[in-house]
Design a protein around this ligand. Structure first.
Ligand SMILES: Cc1cc2nc3c(=O)[nH]c(=O)nc-3n(C[C@H](O)[C@H](O)[C@H](O)COP(=O)(O)O)c2cc1C
Length: 450
């Protein structure tokens, strides 16, 4: 019985037939995609007809389009992440086991879709550059050879937030529906459908995956019997940023990002990833500041500079505490306690506000107010910095030290008089489990109706 024999098809209104078209071999860079499809269809005894939809694994599209790269040297997993990060329009999540990025196409997926399966160890496939254009070319090619108007869905395997497992989704679409807009229609009870838009191309992609196995060389699956619909594009399925309610995780996630930051004073010896530090400083630099200035500087100390500065500050502190009449051994205990954090942290930043953008006032009242405003903006910046570090699983301790001896700091680091130090920030991976977020704070007594 031929695959085209109607008796092999599920029947009845709305029934679909889903036919795997195995190639029996790996499609290579030298292949022509139209030839490969027709060869597989021929092998399966299938003739393409108008209204068929062919789901094509994006891997073979990438292979024939030459979207394959040599990975940077080193660990292949790290190399894939490096490539994905380099190409990303946006890093969505960066976990030790996976990097989630948004690709320049707008797709949000693991490792930017950079895929190492079925290629040599030191190489990786990229997503097709323009999957809608790839789908359109294949559709045109098949029509030219067979006369049949076949819809194309270029598919790839994505994970989903909140759901375990992966499923196929549509990257590119031509001559087939992408979305079926049911808004304005009614349900069985006659109620108006206000939001229903069926992601038909994703459903087709998932349907195709039901009849193929990753190891079976079945990049093509034919879906026959789909009701005609308004043709769309893969790009139609990318949710625009302004409609993305989860981009910043919603109000609960934003609040918990802030409230889960805790002071960490004991660090593991592992280095702090420089990217995380840069990201944290970039976030710090979005803090509000007077007169549209960016008055913050963060000195990342080398070991030598750190020792020189801490030695100079300790000397100054000893003199202060001795002047307060503190017994010598208590002075040493205090200094040693502060030193334990600052000398042993994997990284130390010295934050400053630079007052060169401050307005000048003739009287002290306004001069001090102006200075306070700059210092306040430093506090806002340091809060941002620490929240972002915490998001990277890094701990930080804001230690007052430098604020008490600005002259010593400026002399030791050779800085101008308008650099005001705001303490020191010790940064590192927490030595133990991170401190739990604080319980919710009761704002009675803090927020006052007046
Ligand atoms: C301006 C400023 C100076 C601080 N100085 C020190 C310090 O010298 N030593 C220290 O251990 N913690 C210091 N801290 C951290 C506070 O003690 C810390 O925020 C407090 O323990 C609350 O803990 P949490 O940050 O985990 O909520 C400082 C915090 C701020 C905002």
């Amino acid at each position: 019985m031929s695959v085209d024999d109607p008796r092999r098809h599920a029947t009845g209104p709305g029934a679909l037939t889903v036919l795997p078209l195995p190639t029996g071999r790996l499609v290579g860079a030298e292949d022509d995609l139209v030839d490969a499809v027709l060869e597989a269809a021929d092998h399966a005894g299938v003739h393409l007809v108008d209204g068929d939809v062919l789901c094509v694994a994006s891997k073979v599209v990438s292979i024939v389009e030459g979207a394959i790269i040599d990975l940077p040297q080193g660990d292949p997993q790290a190399a894939r992440r490096q490539v994905a990060r380099g190409q990303a329009a946006r890093v969505v999540a960066d976990a030790p086991w996976v990097l989630i990025t948004q690709t320049p196409h707008g797709f949000v997926c693991a490792n930017g879709g950079v895929d190492a399966s079925n290629v040599a160890d030191d190489r990786a496939l990229l997503l097709p550059e323009d999957p809608d254009a790839s789908a359109a070319r294949l559709r045109d090619g098949l029509r030219a050879r067979t006369g049949a108007d076949v819809g194309i869905v270029v598919t790839d395997t994505f994970g989903r937030p909140w759901r375990r497992g992966q499923t196929e989704v549509a990257l590119g679409v031509a001559g087939a529906p992408a979305l079926r807009d049911e808004r304005g229609g009614t349900d069985l009870g006659g109620r108006l459908l206000e939001v229903t838009e069926a992601a038909v191309a994703d459903e087709l992609a998932g349907t195709a995956d039901l009849v193929r196995h990753k190891a079976s060389a079945t990049p093509f699956v034919l879906v026959r019997g789909l009701a005609a619909g308004e043709p769309g594009l893969g790009a139609d399925l990318v949710r625009p940023a302004e409609e993305d309610l989860f981009r910043a995780g919603g109000p609960t996630a934003v609040t918990s990002a802030v409230t889960s930051r805790r002071t960490v004073r004991s660090f593991a010896p592992d280095p702090v990833p420089p990217g995380a530090l840069r990201e944290a400083v970039a976030a710090a630099a979005t803090a509000p500041a007077p007169h549209h200035t960016r008055p913050w500087r963060f000195l990342r100390l080398t070991d030598r500079t750190r020792t020189r500065l801490l030695d100079a500050m300790a000397q100054r502190w000893r003199a202060d505490l001795a002047g307060d009449g503190l017994p010598a051994e208590r002075v040493e205990t205090r200094v040693a306690r502060s030193d334990a954090v600052l000398r042993e942290a994997p990284e130390v930043l010295v934050p400053f506000v630079v007052l060169d953008g401050a307005h000048h006032y003739p009287d002290q009242r306004r001069r001090l107010a102006e200075r306070d405003l700059f210092v306040l903006s430093g506090g806002a910046a340091l809060q941002n910095l620490q929240v972002v570090l915490a998001g990277h699983g890094l701990g930080a301790a804001w230690i007052s030290s430098t604020a008490f001896c600005p002259d010593t700091v400026r002399a030791s680091l050779d800085l101008d008089a308008d650099w005001a130090p705001l303490g020191m920030i010790a940064v590192g991976r927490p030595a133990g489990p991170p401190p739990p977020p604080r319980p919710a704070v009761d704002v009675d007594g803090l927020l006052l109706e007046y």
